[in-house]
Design a binder for this molecule. Structure first.
Ligand code: FAD
Ligand code: AMP
Length: 472
């Protein structure tokens, strides 16, 4: 039986990063991964690289270029009449990007001497892990001083809309359409529903999004959510808040969706329907019950602040544990656990994990929202700066959105930064770094920002906290 210092189960951004960091620290490491995402062959990279972050961003970029040419080429002096989209070529590009990156992980495993055990990891007593085939037969058994579980998450299902990956698809199916549906329904106005809805709308689909909650993006700052609702609606996304999908009926090529809302029960027909109602932790086949690994009532592995499970020497990271279901959160937890196993004392502040929604304009935030702070009775000072007043924004033709910095009214510490606008996904990094270092708004206001850049908006918003914005 092969013996390891660490066996990692799952090779998504939590697991593969943990495995590489363990190996860097001199620990003999193996990673068990079962995922077969394309071409019938197992691949590393998990949800994120195969059917999540990366393919969705590839399609968002392609569709953004297409829409930009259609709507804005003329004003730049570019005649691009009659541009058309070749969906097959767009999908091939996406597949190539995924393949390059997932093969890259295999290369990194080789370089770092991480052993990839192909199969499904099943926990056994005494720190043993069975590596099983798809039918549950044991291919091999390994033993490890430490085990890191990084089995991630899978799309949540709802009874009224059973996924068949033909007419009714989950996020994986929605990344693989081979043509643009004329009409597309989306259940769920969360991050995934908005991003995938945006891709197909930009390519020409008439998109309707059903959202059970009456409030749009409830975890975002209210001002950002309001602006996003206005801008996405203006782009043509038909956002139906406070509507609950109660039944679907697939007849031929069409899906009939029954939903209830303020106007009672209604039906609408679509070519395709995406179910994007969230994700649930993935522990099927892991053998959690057999070894008494504690799960909470929603199926997440229970861990402490340092990702320790209830079992000695067994850790869990990423989507399968509490906290935001985001790739960078999974990776940082993976690194921290590897360092902890190696005797170091790492630390992650889960309160400073940045959130990004890759619509256009992009939406990004870190820290507390204004409503959270006012709910907690914390006095704040707020500075905002709209992109309409940004020189770079104007040069780019990107005038929508704003940056909002919320600071403590007494000591000026930055408590939250909220951006809706061009390049928000990149701009937020400055805010995260500032907050990680405990910066005040004054620190950002006294930092020289290059001109003309979108990042000057952060500078101006920081000046605005002290009511001394220059350009508005
Ligand atoms: P996963 O990436 O889910 O990986 C877990 C792996 O474990 C899987 O490959 C699975 O096959 C394997 N596994 C499970 N059980 C076993 C077992 N018993 N034995 C062996 N292997 C097993 N996040 C972002 O931060 N930014 C984004 O832009 C973003 N976009 C997204 C877009 C979409 C469409 C989706 C679906 C998700 C997106 N996410 C995004 C979320 C992100 O993908 C997840 O947060 C991230 O993948 C979680 O990483 P993980 O390592 O915990 O799990
Ligand atoms: P997220 O968890 O951020 O991906 O968002 C998923 C969204 O789907 C949540 O905001 C839910 O309110 C919404 N949702 C879940 N079930 C339904 C349903 N049957 N009809 C409409 N919206 C739903």
């Amino acid at each position: 039986m092969d013996n390891y210092d660490v066996v990692v189960i799952g090779a998504g951004p939590g697991g593969y990063v943990a495995a590489i960091r363990c190996a860097q620290l001199g620990l003999k490491t193996a990673c068990v991964e079962r995922g077969v995402y394309a071409e019938g062959k197992p691949t590393l990279g998990g949800t994120c690289l195969n059917v999540g972050c990366i393919p969705s961003k590839a399609l968002l970029d392609s569709s953004h270029h297409f829409e930009h040419l259609q709507l804005h080429a003329k004003e730049h002096g570019i005649d691009a009449d009659g541009v058309s989209m070749n969906v097959g070529r767009m999908q091939k590009r996406k597949d190539k990007i995924v393949k390059t990156l997932t093969m890259g992980i295999a290369g990194l495993f080789k370089k770092n001497a991480v052993t990839w055990l192909e199969g499904s990891g099943k926990l056994q007593p005494n720190h043993k892990v069975d590596v099983c085939d798809r039918d549950g037969n044991t291919l091999s058994t390994v033993v490890a001083k430490n085990i890191i579980i990084a089995t991630g998450s899978i799309p949540a299902a709802i009874p009224p809309a059973p996924v068949d990956q033909e007419n009714i698809v989950d996020s994986t199916g929605a990344l693989a359409f081979d043509s643009v549906p004329e009409t597309l329904g989306v259940i769920g106005a969360g991050v995934i529903g908005l991003e995938l809805g945006s891709v197909w709308r930009r390519l020409g689909a008439k998109v309707t999004i059903f959202e059970a909650l009456p409030e749009f993006l409830p975890s975002a700052d209210k001002a950002v959510a309001k602006e996003a609702k206005k801008l996405l609606g203006r782009q043509g996304l038909d956002l139906r808040l406070g509507t609950m999908v109660t039944a679907t009926d697939t007849a031929g090529d069409k899906v009939k969706v029954t939903y209830t809302g303020d106007d009672g029960e209604q039906t609408l027909e679509f070519d395709k329907l995406i179910v994007a109602v969230g994700r649930v932790p993935s522990t099927a086949g892991l053998g959690a019950a057999e070894v008494d690994l504690a799960l909470d009532d929603r199926g997440f592995i229970i861990v402490d602040d340092e990702c320790r499970s209830n079992l000695d020497g067994i850790y869990a990271v990423g989507d399968v544990v509490r906290g935001p279901m985001l790739a960078h959160k999974a990776s940082e937890e993976g690194i921290a656990v590897a360092e902890r196993i190696a005797g170091q004392s790492p630390h992650i502040d889960l309160g400073l994990v940045p959130w990004v929604i890759y619509t256009w304009p992009e939406i990004a935030w870190v820290g507390k929202t204004e409503q959270e702070l006012s709910g907690a009775g914390r006095p704040t000072a707020i500075g905002t700066f709209p992109f309409i007043a940004s020189g770079r924004g104007r040069a780019m033709g990107e005038l929508d959105g704003f940056i909002k910095i919320i600071a403590d009214a007494k000591d000026d510490t930055v408590l939250g930064v909220h951006i809706i606008g061009p390049g928000a996904s990149e701009l937020i990094a400055e805010a995260v770094l500032a907050m990680e270092f405990g910066a005040s708004a004054e620190d950002i206001a006294r930092t020289v920002h290059a001109h003309p850049t979108l990042s000057e908006g952060l500078h101006e918003a920081a000046l605005g906290v002290d009511s001394r914005t220059i350009h508005i």
